[in-house]
Design a protein around this ligand. Structure first.
Ligand SMILES: [Zn+2]
Length: 64
């Protein structure tokens, strides 16, 4: 069965579960406010991106 439920992530700013979907223009934040707060922190500090999710394909483990 396929689920059509949107993926939910916690807002990095306030921790509120937020739908991570194209409909949420502030994703991964819950709101514009949280997004702006985070952007302010980026400006204040040299805050780096934690890193993009690693999307590794299964390595070809060839067996005999
Ligand atoms: Zn938030």
């Amino acid at each position: 069965m396929k689920s059509t439920k949107p993926r939910v992530v916690n807002c990095p700013q306030c921790g509120i579960p937020t739908p991570y979907s194209p409909l949420n223009e502030f994703r991964p934040f819950c709101s514009e406010r949280c997004k702006m707060i985070d952007l302010g922190r980026w400006a204040a500090e040299d805050y780096r991106v934690p890193g993009a999710p690693i999307d590794e394909t299964a390595d070809p483990h060839v067996g005999e």
